[in-house]
Design a protein around this ligand. Structure first.
Ligand code: ADP
Length: 431
């Protein structure tokens, strides 16, 4: 039998027995005591109900003890379940906060219910302040508004963030009961890379167009038997064709150098290069290139060993040297120098040439960036020389510094970190 019934039955039987064998007043007292006992327990329970908590639940006695113990057990179980759910929810939120993508959870009316810090950054919103805001309040871009209107969310939509130069890719994902998740991804770097790739292909095609057009024109002329061509003309045509072929060859060589530099992160053939003979050899090449039209000088202050790839460094330094010769009018001076600045080693080329206006300097190492297209091409430039220099120096943890004054000349310096430089004559280096 239910313990409540058995307790009531026991009280009832005791009262009847007392009344029957002793006095009916005794039965009434017994019943009154029973009622008082239960009223006191109920009062304690009602008091507890005003501020219910597992820890303060009264213990009770008699049948109440059993009932309250069962309630205590139930409440404790529920609290543990609640703590488990809160923990799981917090873990999901922490995962959402750690996501590199922006996440905004929207209700069926497209109002914000929750967002992670990346979304706060992408849309300039605040998870608490903007709670309940319609999504179109913080993503107002017309492309996104029509994306919502179309209600076809299979493809993402890309748009420029109004707050920065960032390009965001947004995608709505439907889940649950008409809930939506707005996913945002910063694709600025990818877009920039794609633009660079497109520009690069366009530039290479443009660079190849002229020589190919010239060559095919001459091939057609030479192959047309109906055209009378004198020996002298033929010689001139062939010379022009050779010039265009060499131009293409230089371009292809520079492109291959760049691609080789890009295909690995560090030089493979590192060695300790003695600076003095290395610079002397470059000076010899400069003299050959100049054909005695310039005064080529060398200043090595403190011979050193430079750790690096001789092939790559030769390619970079000879680009600087060839630029100095090519952009310095006849009679000017080109000086190759090496010196120590603190523990750092500096290779530089100084010229008294045409110089560069300051506004061009930050862009000189961009591929195909030239201050004067005509002059660069006429002197055999590909527009890739300084891009190669920059790449090689970066692979050697070195930096390129440029000082220039239009009409006066330029100094291009490659500055190497101390760990790549070993002075061969420490006394001289200290001086
Ligand atoms: P290019 O093949 O056109 O010389 P580079 O990448 O080597 O390509 O150089 C980029 C541009 O920087 C050149 O077109 C030129 O305008 C400028 N430049 C480079 N070196 C010098 C220099 N020593 N004096 C003046 N201008 C220079």
């Amino acid at each position: 039998m239910n313990p409540a019934w058995s307790s009531a039955l026991a009280l009832g039987l005791a009262a009847v027995a007392a009344g029957f064998f002793w006095h009916w007043a005794a039965a009434a007292v017994l019943l009154a005591l029973g009622v008082a006992f239960h009223t006191a327990q109920l009062a304690a329970f009602l008091r507890w109900l005003r501020q219910p908590s597992v820890d303060t639940l009264p213990a009770g006695s008699g049948i109440w003890e059993e009932a309250l113990a069962a309630l205590h057990h139930h409440l404790k179980g529920r609290n543990q379940e609640r703590a488990r759910l809160a923990d799981a929810l917090e873990r999901f939120r922490a995962a959402g906060r750690a996501l590199p993508d922006g996440v905004v959870i929207l209700d069926r009316e497209y109002r914000m219910e929750w967002c992670n810090p990346t979304a706060e950054r992408h849309f300039g919103i605040d998870a608490r302040r903007d709670l309940g805001q319609p999504v179109t309040n913080f993503v107002r871009h017309p492309d996104f508004v029509s994306y919502l209107a179309q209600a076809d969310f299979r493809e993402p939509v890309s748009l420029h963030s109004p707050r920065s130069d960032a390009v965001l890719q947004l995608r709505l994902i439907e889940f649950g009961e008409e809930r939506k998740l707005l996913n945002s991804r910063d694709i600025t770097a990818q877009e920039r890379l794609e633009t660079m790739r497109r520009d690069f292909v366009a530039n290479v095609s443009h660079e190849l167009k002229t020589p190919v057009t010239v060559l095919s024109g001459f091939v057609e002329t030479l192959g047309d038997e109906s055209i009378e061509i004198s020996g002298a003309q033929r010689k001139r045509y062939l010379a022009l064709m050779g010039e265009q072929a060499r131009r293409m060859q230089r371009l292809i060589e520079d492109l291959l150098t760049l691609s080789a530099l890009e295909s690995s992160t560090a030089p493979e053939d590192e060695q300790a290069i003695e600076v003095q003979p290395f610079v002397d050899k470059l000076a010899e090449e400069a003299r050959a290139l100049s054909g005695n039209r310039h005064k080529v000088g060398v200043r090595v202050a403190g011979n050193c060993r430079l750790a690096g790839s001789a092939k790559e460094l030769h390619s970079a330094f000879s680009n600087l040297v060839s630029n100095a010769v090519r952009y310095t009018p006849e009679g000017g001076a080109v000086t190759l120098f090496w010196r120590l600045e603190g523990a750092r080693g500096v290779f530089g080329v100084e010229d008294t040439g045409i110089g560069v206006e300051p506004r061009h300097i930050p862009r000189l190492t961009e591929r195909f960036y030239r201050v004067d297209q005509g002059r660069s091409r006429d002197t055999g430039g590909t527009g890739l020389g300084l891009a190669i220099v920059k790449h090689v120096l970066t692979r050697h943890q070195a930096s390129l510094e440029v000082e220039s004054e239009p009409g006066k000349g330029s100094v291009f310096r490659a500055v190497f970190p101390a760990q790549r430089v070993t002075p061969l004559d420490p006394a001289k280096a200290a001086a």
